[in-house]
Design a protein around this ligand. Structure first.
Ligand code: C5P
Length: 344
């Protein structure tokens, strides 16, 4: 896609731009299919699988994939993979910082299974959009990102818009608010989503801060994250499900669908890492929203997709929110202060 005779700097920027949009697009496809399959895998009849083992296996797949990706990366830079992996253990103090998002992501990944066991996919998708706001808040507090008041309004509009876009065609605003009292299961599901939104915002921005704070390879960071996550999720298996594992085995209730869910979850983790690096966390939210609208527009023309009125309202709001966010950037700081702020 990038012409070989363009100056190197231009080519580099184009490649970065390509990576930004490609990674965002893949994230949306992965995300939409994962939520539907995860929900299906938890509701289909038969022996239920242990979600703690699924989270553990996901981490192992992510570590193996990151080692393979690192191998290709260092090959390009003519360095040895072993040297690169050595870095992980030599700089153990730095490595320890990665334990924080690793622990929180492990909690989050377990919570998502709980949420999707207790809530239907639409309610989950709607409430999980709160993470757009927690992410922006963490970016402001931890990365010194400047967000103007109207950009905050744009983020709120975006959260509502994505929720509308993701609702199934047969839902309407009146049915959404039909049952005023939640049952116990739904309350637990909602609590799980809210905590997952908090950990998502904090861990994403914390990981972004670590990535931007040094030149260490993304895949090394991912191996570090994966090693801690494997440890924490392994503890999760022992603490929550050890009796069940001993009685019916680690792979009880596994099926082809469960294997696909685990694989999609692992691929998703790698894509999230790339998106955080190339686009940043706030743009990750916007990119995902726009791509959902775009992919539905494409399927309208190619596959005869019939958009619901809520979908059309949501899509319009996504576009308005995006334009607003881009238009109302905060005023630049005076030069002597701007050294401290990080741009995302
Ligand atoms: O919803 P959210 O974007 O917060 O999801 C993040 C997901 O990506 C989590 O499942 C987390 O385990 C995964 N992840 C990863 N590697 C990273 C960053 C996130 O596997 N470097």
């Amino acid at each position: 896609m990038v012409h070989k005779y363009y100056p190197i700097r231009y080519r580099y920027n184009m490649e970065k731009l390509d990576m930004k949009y490609i990674s965002l697009l893949i994230l949306v496809i992965q995300n939409t299919s994962l939520v539907l399959l995860m929900r299906y895998s938890r509701t289909v009849s038969g022996q239920p699988y242990l979600t703690s083992t699924a989270v553990f296996l996901t981490e192992i797949i992510k570590i193996i994939s990151s080692v393979v990706l690192l191998h290709f990366e260092v090959d390009c830079e003519s360095r040895k993979t072993t040297e690169a992996i050595h870095e992980i253990f030599v700089r153990y103090l730095e490595t320890l910082r990665v334990a924080v998002p690793a622990l929180l992501y492990t909690v989050q990944n377990n919570l998502l299974y709980i949420a999707l066991t207790k809530l239907d996919a639409a309610t989950f998708q709607v409430t999980y959009q709160l993470k757009l706001l927690t992410t922006a808040l963490c970016s402001v507090l931890m990365l010194n990102k400047k967000v103007s008041p109207l950009q905050w309004v744009a983020l709120c509009i975006l959260a509502v818009a994505v929720a509308l876009v993701q609702l199934p065609a047969d839902s309407s605003l009146s049915t959404m608010f039909q049952s005023p009292s939640l049952n116990m299961d739904q309350s637990i599901g909602l609590l799980a989503v809210v905590v997952a939104c908090l950990t998502s915002g904090f861990s994403g921005v914390y990981f972004e801060k670590i990535l931007k704070g040094s030149k260490t390879s993304l895949w090394i960071r991912n191996i570090q994250l994966g090693l801690f996550s494997m440890l924490f999720s392994g503890i999760g298996v022992v603490v929550n499900d050890w009796a069940a594992v001993r009685a019916d085995g680690f792979f009880q209730g596994y099926s082809f669908i469960v294997a696909i869910v685990i694989l999609l979850q692992a691929v998703g983790g790698l894509i999230v890492a790339a998106v955080i690096k190339y686009a940043g966390n706030i743009l990750k939210g916007f990119g995902a929203a726009i791509s959902i609208v775009l992919s539905s527009t494409v399927s309208y023309f190619l596959l005869g997709f019939q958009p619901s009125p809520l979908f059309l309202i949501g899509s319009t709001l996504v576009i308005i929110a995006t334009l607003m966010y881009a238009r109302f950037v905060p005023d630049p700081e005076p030069p002597e202060k701007s050294n401290n702020s990080t741009t995302v």
